[in-house]
Design a protein around this ligand. Structure first.
Ligand SMILES: Cc1ncc(COP(=O)(O)O)c(C=O)c1O
Length: 370
C-alpha cells in the first residue's frame, strides 16, 4: 500500500490548534450529567481531530467543539467499513491529578489495527498527544470516585470513492465519555453463553485487531446470549469449534486449585491491554501463568471436579468481571458456586489501585496528564 510516513511533519501535528467550545456545558448541567453517566451515552464538550491525505500526510490537528463530521455519502467507511478504534480511560487521582493507563500500548495496537486494515499508520506520539490534549481541555468531565473518562480514539476512511481499495484520506479523532463505576456495589458475576452458531475470528482474519466490523459481526451472537438469559457471549475457535477464545469485548482467564492461571494464547484474539497487565502482575507475584489452548469440554469438567476455582473476563471497560455461570446448548455449569472469587477480586483491586494512583506503579504504566 502506498501510505508513507515520510509526509509526517513533526511541526504540523505536535502543534494542535486549540479552539475551545463557544458554548460549553454549564457547570450545573455537567454535574447533573456526571451524577449517573452510565456507559457511553454522555459526552464531553470537545473532540480532537487530525486529517490525513497522501499529499499532506497527517495535518490540521485540532481540538475543537464536539460536532458532527460532514461526510460525503460515498465516503469509503460507509461502504467498506475501513474503520478502527481504541478504548482507554483517564482516572482522577485523590490528589486531583489525572492518570492515563498504558496509552502507549493503545497507540501501538492502533498502529497494528491500521496496518491490518490497510489504513495510514498514525505515529504513537500523535495518538498520545491527541488523547492528552482532549483530557486536558475536558478534565472537568472526569467523574470522581470510581468513575473515569472513557476515551475513544478512532480512524475512518473518508475518501469519496466507491472503488474497493484502501482510502487515500482518513480522519483520526478522539472523543470522551464520562463513565460511572461499571458495577455498582462491586462486580457481580456474569453469566455467559457459549456461541456454537457463530465465530468471531479465523486465522488470517481480523480478530486480533480492533476494527468496527468485528463488533458488527458479534452482535447477533450477543443477542443470542441475551435471548438465553446470559449477560455476555463467549466465542470458540473457528476451526475445531472447541477452544475457548474470548468474549465479545473481553479476554478470559481461568484460575486453578494449584494457584496457577491460564489464558488463551494470542493469535486470533484481541491482545487486550488488561490481559497483558494481568499476565505481568501474575508473573511478578510468582503466580504460574500459562498462555495455552483450553477447550470448552475441559472447562466443564474442571468446573465439575473443582480443579477450576474461578474464571473471569477482563478489559478496559469493566476491568475484571467474575464469570459465575456458563450456559450452552448442551447445558449449564457454575464456577465457584456462581460467586465472585478471591483471585478475580484481588487482581481487580491491584489493577484499579494502580490506575487511580493508590498503589505503586512499578511497571511504569501510568502517564500523568498535567
Ligand atoms: C474483543 C475484545 N477482546 C478483549 C478486549 C480487552 O482489551 P483491553 O484490555 O485492551 O480493553 C476488548 C476491549 O477492547 C475487546 O473488544
Amino acid at each position: 500500500m502506498a501510505v508513507s510516513l515520510a509526509k509526517i511533519d513533526d511541526a504540523v501535528w505536535s502543534k494542535f490548534e486549540i479552539q475551545p467550545a463557544a458554548n460549553p456545558t454549564s457547570e450545573k448541567e455537567r454535574a447533573a450529567k456526571l451524577a449517573d453517566p452510565g456507559f457511553g451515552r454522555v459526552f464531553s464538550d470537545h473532540m480532537a481531530i487530525v486529517r490525513y491525505n497522501q499529499a499532506q500526510g497527517w495535518h490540521a490537528a485540532r481540538v475543537e467543539s464536539r460536532a458532527n463530521f460532514p461526510l460525503d455519502p460515498a465516503a469509503a467507511v460507509l461502504h467498506y467499513a475501513q474503520e478502527i478504534f481504541e478504548g482507554l480511560k483517564a482516572y482522577k487521582r485523590e490528589d486531583g491529578g489525572v492518570n492515563l493507563f498504558r496509552p502507549d500500548a493503545n497507540a501501538r495496537r492502533f498502529q497494528n489495527s491500521a496496518e491490518r486494515m490497510a489504513m495510514a499508520p498514525l505515529p504513537e506520539a500523535l495518538f498520545i498527544e491527541a488523547v492528552e490534549q482532549l483530557v486536558r481541555i475536558d478534565r472537568a468531565w472526569i467523574p470522581g470516585g470510581e468513575g473515569s473518562l472513557y476515551l475513544r480514539p478512532f480512524m475512518i476512511a473518508s475518501e469519496t470513492f466507491l472503488g474497493v481499495k484502501p482510502s487515500a484520506e482518513y480522519i483520526f479523532s478522539v472523543i470522551a465519555s464520562p463513565v460511572g463505576s461499571y458495577f455498582k456495589g462491586g462486580p457481580a458475576p456474569v453469566s455467559i453463553w457459549v456461541s456454537e452458531n457463530y465465530t468471531r475470528a479465523a486465522i488470517g482474519g481480523t480478530g486480533a485487531v480492533k476494527c468496527g466490523g468485528n463488533y458488527a459481526a458479534s452482535l447477533r451472537a450477543q443477542a443470542e446470549a441475551i435471548d438465553h438469559g446470559c449477560d455476555q457471549v463467549v466465542f470458540l475457535d473457528a476451526v475445531e469449534r472447541r477452544y475457548v477464545e474470548e468474549l465479545g469485548g473481553m479476554n478470559i482467564f481461568f484460575a486453578f486449585d494449584d494457584g496457577s492461571l491460564l489464558t488463551p494464547p494470542l493469535g486470533t484474539i484481541l491482545p487486550g491491554i488488561t490481559r497483558d497487565s494481568i499476565l505481568a502482575l501474575a508473573k511478578k507475584s510468582g503466580t504460574p501463568v500459562r498462555e495455552e489452548l483450553y477447550t470448552i469440554d475441559q472447562w466443564r469438567s474442571d468446573a465439575a471436579s473443582g480443579k477450576l476455582k474461578e474464571a473471569f473476563a477482563c478489559g478496559t471497560a469493566a476491568v475484571i468481571s467474575p464469570i459465575g455461570k456458563v450456559r450452552s446448548a448442551s447445558g449449564d455449569f457454575l464456577i465457584s458456586g456462581g460467586a465472585a472469587g478471591p483471585v478475580a477480586m484481588g487482581m481487580r483491586k491491584t489493577l484499579v489501585d494502580i490506575q487511580y494512583g493508590r498503589a505503586a506503579d512499578s511497571h511504569n504504566w501510568i502517564r500523568n496528564v498535567s
